[in-house]
Each structure stands twice: as C-alpha cells, then as structure tokens.
Ligand binder design. Sequence first.
Ligand code: ATP
Length: 229
Amino acid sequence: MNIALFGGTFDPIHRGHLNVARAAAERFKLKEVWFVPADIPPHKQKAPVTVYYHRYAMVALALAGEKRFVPSLLESPDCEAGGKERRPSYSIETVRRVKSMLGTRDRLYFLIGIDAFRDIATWYKAEELLRECDFIVAARPGYSLADVAGSLPKGLRPKDDDAASLQKQNKSGRLELPGVRLHLLPETHEDVSATQIRAAVRSGRGLTKLVPDAVAEYIYKERLYRGKS
Ligand code: ATP
C-alpha cells in the first residue's frame, strides 16, 4: 500500500494542510497519510512553538472522521527522547523508522509544501533523506513549483545540460534524478498559514474558514495564541 508521511509544526493544523493531504491522497492513491507533528521542529527553533500536546490534540481533532488520515506520535517527546535528553525531530530518522515497519510491497512518500522544500538542502542529512523515499512537493500560494530542482542539495542538483529535459519532466509532474524521485502536486491553492491563524486569534477574528470547527473550539477553550506571534 501507499503511505505518506506529512510532517510539520502544526501550530495549529489548518485547512491548507488538509487540502494538501486530500489532493495527495487522491493523486497518489494513498491508503494512509500520517500527520506527524514534531516535538522540536529543527527549522523553527528561533520562535517559541506551542507545547507538543496541544498541537497533537488539534491534529487528532482535525482528522476525526477522515478515515485515511492518521494522527501520528512518531515525533512525540516520548518517542524522540527514549529516556535521553530531548533533541530535534529529524525527518531522516522518522522515515527510516517507518520504513523498517513497512512491508516490501509498501511505498513510502514524504509529503511537503514547496515553501518548506525550498530549504530542504539545509535539513539534517538532506541527500540521504531525499534518496530514502519518494517526495511529493505541494504547491502553495506565493511560491513557485519551478523552484523544486534548484532547491535540491548541490550533490543532487541537475547539471545545466539536463535542464531542458528536466523542465519537460517538470511539466509532467515528475522529476527523476539519479536516486531521487520527486512528484509535483500543483493543485493545492489554499492560502492559509498557521502564522495567519495565530494572528487572527490575537486580533479577535473568527477562524471558521481557516481551521475545522473542533480545532477552533479547542483553541478558544485552551486560550491558545492569545499573546504569541
Ligand atoms: P507557519 O505559518 O507557522 O510557518 P505553516 O502554515 O507553514 O506554519 P507547518 O506546520 O509549518 O504550517 O507546515 C507543515 C507542512 O505543510 C509544510 O511542508 C508546509 O509547506 C505545508 N503547508 C502548510 N500550509 C500549506 C498550504 N496552505 N499549502 C501547501 N502546503 C502547506
């Protein structure tokens, strides 16, 4: 079966995330999409992040009734720390852990938005991660999917003479480079971000179009995002 890992900070989960997962599930015949909130997101260590348990609870609430979408504890503080000091949640480790649980006929995809993919070269063991499973890169308003090949770590980036054929592949929605399989998902256009939601709460605006109702209710009950950027 086809499974996708969808990692993120999910601070909070929103309709943009759900839209990406739905489009990917449809296009790549995914049996399951595992939403994996990171305990310590390696790329968001400058700004404070809401405690893991709140973020996980909102993911679980948002996915209720979505049969194919699974809230995953793979990067929870307990799973990550294993009795040791807490450290950032590295995708390469999560992907390898999941692969060791899958059968030979299963196919693992890593689902990611283009804004995050643009920084992929700075990720921990980026080249190894990209070789480890198929990647699905989703479009996001304000970013261009044409940046995909240029965002790869140097060692994986196509040479200039490959550029023309790569452009052709880009149009077909699939980029195949030695050892790396990238798929593009251009049909995701939800202009929503977690930053926008946190700002909406601070300024007292409604969240109806931004997050599922159960998530909005949780945010109000727990008084999240009242004093935070
Ligand atoms: P923030 O505004 O706090 O930076 P975010 O809205 O980008 O957060 P994350 O939890 O950081 O949400 O994103 C997790 C993953 O989902 C990333 O791969 C990101 O690119 C993708 N993603 C988030 N929102 C969208 C969206 N509206 N369209 C496409 N991809 C998205």
